[in-house]
Design a protein around this ligand. Structure first.
Ligand SMILES: [Zn+2]
Length: 480
């Protein structure tokens, strides 16, 4: 962690020269203009200095960070910053230029219709997204799909193909996960289907004459997994369901449209423990994991992830804390606490490395984690106030887990930044195990930066993450 600079006297050229450290972190726009009247100025000085911004004294945090909100007038604004530390002083003027907001010229992405349908085949790592949009989290993902699936592209953007899944259903797929060729999408009759208990999961196998695209999603209340297979017409005339299944109550085949067959998989558990969908040859294989035999923490494998790392620092705080360091410290504390309770812990990183999202998911998938959580810290918003803690999930069946974590964090008296669903974060994508993300606090908030800079408080945060996980397991244990 970064060392704080105290007020000091620097000996220079035989005379003692005063030095009150000052770095303007945010809000000094020497090279640029701003478009909002409400302006935040954030600086960093010595923790024992006193600061005045625009004539008003402001609080200097233990990190040395201080800040003020200023209402700008049109054109040039000169904001005086006065620092004093012991007997030394420093005066600076910060210049900010407020201009009229320019109209945003960002054009929407346009999908061009292909002159002739193009036959493509999926490559490993392929996934569908609903539309052609995209933000820092990428386009909104439907699900990952297996390789060697024939598709027909009918449109394209620079990076995506628009594919026709059935008469009425379309999706987008990144071009990089496809190759040209194949036979295009087809409509075929399904073959036999079976359900069996493999010991750790219940397995549904649906025989098909070729690999078809599918879309899977979960529902709760009742706990259900739905898998739609595009280009499939039901010719499966029975589905024998023995009573030795571990989690599946029943499976119903529903022909929603003439070329879309949906497997409606009802679970007899009040919780979901993960499922995977793969092809073995041309057989569609859906494995629905059983509830772990014991939900005692010492019997479980817990996946932990500290966001960013290596050459990816994540967000910076004004005083120079990097998100990757804060995330790692919190996660290592969580890991230690869980190991002390006897849990098997699988970390995506335990040092300053920066594995890719795909590598992080692969580490958890290979280890067969029972449940997994990722820790990040947020940035943005008002730097002068506490912004709060937030938890995230993508699939609705992970809501209860994210909520348990969130409630536990809130018990510290933190501000509530919310519980967010449908979150398109890569590590919330997998369906193989329950997962959630915690954005602990805001690196950019001066009062929260002060909390995050305190190693003891990071331990407290870690203990609340552990408590949230334990609460979730306890809740699941008493509610089968
Ligand atoms: Zn982050």
């Amino acid at each position: 962690m970064k060392q704080l600079i105290a007020c000091m006297l620097i000996a220079g050229a035989g005379t003692a020269m005063a030095n009150v450290p000052l770095k303007i972190y945010k809000g000094d726009n020497r090279s640029d203009t701003v478009y909002s009247e409400k302006h935040y100025l954030v600086g960093v000085t010595s923790p024992d200095a006193k600061a005045t911004v625009n004539g008003t004294p402001v609080h200097v945090y233990k990190t040395g960070s201080f800040g003020a909100e200023i209402n700008l007038k049109k054109g040039e604004n000169l904001i005086p910053v006065h620092l004093s530390c012991k007997k030394e002083k420093k005066d600076t003027t910060v210049r900010v230029f407020l201009a009229e907001r320019k109209k945003s010229a960002a054009a929407p992405v346009e999908t061009k219709t292909l002159e002739a349908p193009l036959f493509i085949t999926t490559l490993p790592g392929a996934y569908f997204q609903y539309g052609n949009g995209g933000d820092r989290l990428g386009g909104s993902k439907m699900n990952f799909i297996d390789a060697d699936i024939n598709l027909t592209a009918v449109g394209e953007t620079d990076y995506l193909y628009k594919v026709q899944l059935s008469q009425n259903n379309f999706a987008y797929i990144p071009k990089e996960y496809t190759k040209e060729g194949g036979e295009g999408a087809s409509v075929v009759n399904t073959g036999s289907a079976s359900i069996s208990n493999t010991g750790k999961s219940d397995r549904i196998t649906l025989a098909l004459p070729c690999r078809l695209p599918y879309w899977n999603r979960a529902e709760i209340d009742p706990q259900t997994i739905k898998v739609s297979v595009y280009g499939a017409t039901n010719n499966t005339n029975w589905l024998t369901q023995r009573n030795d299944l571990g989690i599946i109550d029943f499976v119903d085949l529903q022909q929603n449209e003439s070329d879309v067959l949906t497997l409606y998989i009802r679970l007899k558990d009040n919780y979901q423990w993960g499922y995977s969908i793969d092809y073995q040859g041309n057989n569609l294989v859906i494995d629905v994991r059983h509830r772990p035999t014991s939900l005692n923490i010492k019997d479980l494998t817990i996946g932990l992830d500290a966001g960013h790392g290596g050459k990816y620092p994540g967000a910076w705080s004004p005083s120079g804390l990097s998100e990757k360091e804060v995330n790692l410290d919190i996660i290592l504390n969580v890991a230690k606490m869980l190991r002390d309770m006897g849990a098997n812990v699988v970390l995506t990183r335990d040092g300053d490395t920066g594995p890719s999202m795909a590598e992080r998911k692969e580490i958890w998938r290979k280890a067969g984690v029972d449940i997994a959580l990722s820790v990040h810290n947020n940035s943005s918003g008002n730097p002068l106030k506490k912004m709060g803690t937030s938890s995230y999930y993508k699939h609705i069946n992970n809501r209860a887990f994210a909520e348990a974590l969130h409630k536990s964090m809130l018990s510290l008296g933190l501000e509530n930044f919310g519980l967010t669903g449908n979150f398109n974060f890569s590590l919330n994508g997998p369906t193989e195990y329950p997962n959630a993300l915690i954005e602990v606090l805001f690196m950019s908030s001066l009062p929260e930066e002060e909390l995050l800079a305190d190693p003891e408080y990071r331990k407290t945060l870690a203990s609340k993450i552990v408590e949230g996980l334990l609460n979730y397991l306890k809740e699941a244990d008493s509610n089968r």
